[in-house]
Write a protein that binds this ligand. Structure first.
Ligand code: PMP
Length: 402
C-alpha cells in the first residue's frame, strides 16, 4: 500500500524482537508498542502516589495524569470526560451496566441480546434476567452470512423492550453490525442500547455524539494498550440511572455509620484505588494510534485480509465460516479435523492463531460447527506473515492427510 511501511510500524513493538513467530491472534489481545510500555514504566519510576487522595505533589501529579488520561479517552471517542468510567475491561463494564440496571428490571421487561455475542455480553444479562424475572430475547443471526436480519430484529422490538445489547464487531466472524441503525430503531421503542465495542473500536473511529448509543464499552488491551483497564462510556442520564456495582472509597461525598451519599458520575462507579498505570498506558496507546496514519493502516489490513481470504478460498479442504467482504479477521474449519489439532500443528510451526468457541458458544452452535480457527490481523502484520501462515497451513494439510 502507498506510503505505508508495516515493517517500520512493527519495529516499534518489542515483542517482535523475538524471532520465529507469526502473531495472528490480535483479536484476543494486541502486542504493545514501545511508547505504551514506556508510559507504564514511567508511571512507576516517578515517585508514586494514590490518586485523588493527597495534597502532596506526587499525588497531585498522579491525579493530573490519571484525569488527563480520562480526557484523552473521552476525546478519542467524542465524549465528555464526565461520561467516562474506568473499569477493568469490557467484561467488567457490561457487568456494571447489567447490575446497575437490574434494580429497575421487572418480569414485564425484555432484554434483547444478539445470538452472536461474546459471553461477556450475554452472561451478565442471563444473570440479571434470572435475578429479576426479565425475559432474555434472542436477536438471531443468519449462519450463512454471519449477519443479523434487520427485519427479524425489528420484529423482536416491542413496547416490552428495555435493553438492546449488541456488539459493534463480532469476535468470531468479524461481522460489523449496523449499530447506528439498530440504535436508532431501538430508541424508537424507548429501549436502552449497550454496544460492546471490544473489537469495533480497534478498527474504526467511533464518535459517541453521532452514534447516540446509551452505553459503549471496550478494553484497553485489544487497542495496543495494557490489560486490566477498560472503559465504560454512558450518556449522563444513562450513567445516572445505574446503581453502583461496587462500594468503597472515593465513590461517596458523605458517609455516616448507616448511610452514604453517592458522589456524582463518574466517581460513584470507581470505588477503591484505580488502575492508574493502566489508564496512563491506555492514553499512551491512544496517543500512539493518533500519530499513525489510520487510513493507511486500514488499507493495509484490508489488503492483508484479501490475500488471506484468497489463499484460504484456493484450498478446497478449507471451509470459511461466514466470511465478510472486508474485515480484520476470518474463521474457518479444515475438513473434519478438530480445530484444536489444526491450531496445535500451526503452533508447532510458530504460528499463533486462536481455535475453539471464542467465548461465543451460542454463535458457534448457530454456525453449525463445534469451533473454528480464527486468524485476526492488526496494524503490525505483514504480507510475509500471511505467506508464512499459508505455508504452515499447507504443511498442516499434508500432515493431516497421512
Ligand atoms: N466482547 C468482545 C466482542 C470481545 O472480543 C471480548 C474479548 N475477547 C470481550 C467482549 C471481553 O473483553 P475483556 O476480556 O477484555 O473484558
Amino acid at each position: 500500500t502507498d506510503g505505508f511501511d508495516p515493517h517500520s510500524l512493527r519495529a516499534q513493538f518489542p515483542a517482535f524482537n523475538t524471532p520465529g513467530w507469526v502473531y495472528l491472534d490480535s483479536a484476543a489481545t494486541a502486542q504493545k508498542p514501545q511508547p505504551v510500555i514506556d508510559a507504564i514504566s514511567r508511571s512507576y519510576m516517578m515517585p508514586t502516589a494514590n490518586v485523588h487522595r493527597g495534597q502532596h505533589q506526587a499525588s497531585l501529579s498522579a491525579t493530573e495524569q490519571f484525569e488527563q488520561a480520562r480526557r484523552d479517552v473521552a476525546h478519542f471517542i467524542g465524549a465528555n470526560p464526565h461520561n467516562i468510567v474506568w473499569t477493568r475491561g469490557a467484561t467488567e463494564a457490561i457487568n456494571l451496566i447489567a447490575y446497575g440496571l437490574s434494580h429497575s428490571l421487572t418480569p414485564q421487561d425484555d432484554i434483547l441480546v444478539s445470538e452472536m455475542e461474546h459471553h461477556a455480553n450475554l452472561i451478565p444479562w442471563q444473570l440479571m434476567a434470572q435475578r429479576t424475572g426479565a425475559q432474555l430475547v434472542k436477536i438471531p443471526c443468519c449462519p450463512r452470512t454471519g449477519t443479523i436480519d434487520m427485519k427479524v430484529y425489528q420484529q423482536r422490538l416491542t413496547a416490552r423492550t428495555r435493553i438492546v445489547a449488541i456488539s459493534h464487531v463480532s469476535n468470531v466472524t468479524g461481522t460489523r453490525h449496523p449499530i447506528e441503525e439498530m440504535t436508532q430503531v431501538a430508541h424508537k421503542f424507548g429501549a436502552t442500547v449497550i454496544i460492546d465495542g471490544a473489537q469495533g473500536i480497534v478498527h474504526e473511529p467511533v464518535c459517541m455524539q453521532t452514534l447516540n448509543t446509551d452505553y459503549y464499552v471496550f478494553s484497553g488491551h485489544k487497542l495496543y494498550g495494557p490489560t486490566g483497564i477498560g472503559v465504560l462510556y454512558g450518556k449522563p442520564e444513562a450513567l445516572n440511572a445505574l446503581s453502583p456495582f461496587h462500594g468503597g472509597g472515593k465513590m461517596i461525598t458523605d458517609v455516616s455509620f448507616d448511610h452514604h451519599t453517592l458522589a456524582s458520575i463518574p466517581a460513584r462507579f470507581e470505588a477503591g484505588t484505580p488502575n492508574t498505570a493502566g489508564a496512563i498506558g491506555l492514553a499512551a496507546a491512544i496517543d500512539w494510534l493518533k500519530q499513525q496514519d489510520s487510513q493507511a493502516i486500514d488499507a493495509h489490513i484490508t489488503s492483508c485480509y484479501q490475500q488471506l481470504i484468497d489463499a484460504l478460498r484456493a484450498r478446497p479442504r478449507i471451509r470459511l465460516i461466514a466470511p465478510q467482504a472486508t474485515s480484520s479477521m476470518v474463521s474457518f474449519v479444515v475438513g473434519d479435523e478438530h480445530h484444536a489439532d489444526v491450531a496445535e500443528l500451526l503452533a508447532q510451526q510458530g504460528i499463533a492463531v486462536r481455535s475453539g468457541h471464542h467465548c461465543a458458544h451460542p454463535f458457534i452452535k448457530a454456525l453449525g460447527v463445534d469451533g473454528t480457527i480464527r486468524v485476526s490481523l492488526a496494524a503490525y502484520n505483514t504480507y510475509q506473515d500471511i505467506t508464512q501462515f499459508i505455508a504452515a497451513l499447507d504443511k498442516t494439510l499434508d500432515l493431516l492427510d497421512i
